[in-house]
Design a binder for this molecule. Structure first.
Ligand code: ADP
Ligand code: MG
Length: 386
């Protein structure tokens, strides 16, 4: 860490983000609201973040000229996409403050390294085996079946995963995944899933968002509920403590999401981490006095990290492209006017040019004074969405 890394970067400066997806777009909005200029690096001319940023460097993540241009424009850089090559983050870090660090992102990019990190931090994860060779495949312990075979790298939204019940299915699954490096995880009996977002500054200050209770459909986050009592208090406390250990163990700087399983016996098991703001933290935009994106800005600029306060009970509904195709193959947007007639409904759309099935198009944050009201309104919204 250099002296330059600990200097406060004040509004008026330009902040950069690697990746032009919706997370980058909402980061840009938060940074701009605080008076910063923004720069996005993403190849796609119509990327959600590129469309709303002051600067858009249109190159790939490994393009030396693009990275140099970004470094030239910016006072600090962050990332919104976890598969940005760690080498590119390291290269930028030679010229300006980068958070999170390439070393932390590299761990989050590789399920085997990620699990080894959990073990190192003493945070329980699912029993697993690393499978990189046919010998390792043959040596897998039967106790891991039935299990889920996951590619070590590049998986997201349930992609790159195969559920296997028997050894034969395991062998077939590994072949289907192209015999790439994988992790086999024991299939666990989940009662529910939750996640915690922490933000950690360069001076080690760490704050967290309230624990999110998450519902996935087909491996994609569908609903997040955050209110008093969404999880038993002891579970929530344990999840926050575990998330902080994981962040501190990485000497992490920035916003980090830690996903957990809660098993039927109440045991908490860490699933995976995301080195950036996370879909399950979007409710913070409307239900907290500080969003996860503002925290990202504060981390990268060395501004104070203040513990966010929740002021509303909330339910977040993800809006996938499928909602655009309810009545056939021609895309038609849902009835936003009806949705926005509901009390406490906050619509966030990502400006994606084409709606596609399973594509994240936006989310709806529903806020209310009580959990019951938020849930009742969310049910009404779900009925309108169909
Ligand atoms: P992704 O990177 O695609 O989000 P995850 O590892 O989080 O991958 O898996 C996606 C979903 O699949 C999880 O949210 C959970 O619902 C289910 N899942 C994953 N691993 C297990 C497991 N070991 N036991 C039971 N369910 C699992
Ligand atoms: Mg996940």
């Amino acid at each position: 860490m250099s002296a330059q890394d600990t200097q406060v970067i004040l509004p008026g400066a330009t902040l950069g983000v690697l990746g032009g997806g919706q997370l980058g777009r909402m980061f840009a909005h938060a940074a701009q609201a605080m008076g910063y200029f923004t720069a996005v690096l993403d190849q796609d001319a119509t990327s959600p973040a590129g469309l709303v940023s002051h600067h858009h460097v249109r190159t790939g993540y490994e393009d030396a000229q693009g990275l140099a241009e970004l470094a030239q424009l910016c006072a600090a850089v962050t990332t919104e996409f976890e598969n940005v090559p760690a080498g590119s983050l390291n290269k930028l870090a030679e010229r300006l403050p980068v958070s999170p660090a390439g070393s932390a992102v590299a761990i989050a990019q590789d399920r085997a390294a990620e699990k080894a990190h959990f073990v190192k931090c003493g945070v329980p994860c699912a029993p697993y085996a690393v499978i990189e060779t046919a010998e390792q495949l043959a040596a897998v312990n039967d106790a891991l079946l039935p299990g889920i075979l996951k590619t070590a790298r590049m998986g997201y939204d349930g992609k790159g995963q195969i559920r296997v019940k028997t050894r034969d299915e395991l062998v077939a699954g590994w072949n289907e995944l192209g015999q790439v490096a994988c992790v086999l995880e024991k299939m666990l009996p989940l009662a529910h899933e939750c996640s915690v977002i922490v933000a950690r500054g360069r001076d080690g200050t760490i704050v967290h968002l309230p624990v999110q209770r998450n519902l996935h459909r087909d491996g994609i986050l569908a609903v997040t509920e955050v209110y008093e009592g969404n999880l038993p208090a002891a579970q929530a406390e344990q999840a926050v403590a575990a998330a902080k250990s994981v962040a501190i163990g990485l000497d992490y700087v920035g916003v980090l999401c830690v996903e957990f399983f809660v098993l039927e016996n109440g045991q908490l098991v860490v699933n995976e981490i995301a080195p950036r703001p996370h879909n399950s933290g979007h409710y913070s935009q409307n239900a907290l006095d500080m969003s996860q994106f503002e925290l990202q800005v504060r981390c990268m600029t060395n501004l104070p990290l203040v513990q966010p306060r929740q002021h509303s009970a909330t339910v977040m509904l993800n809006l996938l492209g499928d909602l655009w195709f309810k009545d056939g193959d021609t895309a038609q947007a849902p009835a936003w006017d009806q949705i926005l007639a509901l009390p406490g409904a906050h619509l966030h759309l990502y400006g994606k040019v084409d709606a596609k099935r399973a594509r994240k198009m936006g989310h709806l944050n529903i806020t209310a004074a009580t959990a019951e009201q938020a849930r009742a309104t969310a049910l009404k919204a779900a009925e309108i969405l169909g």
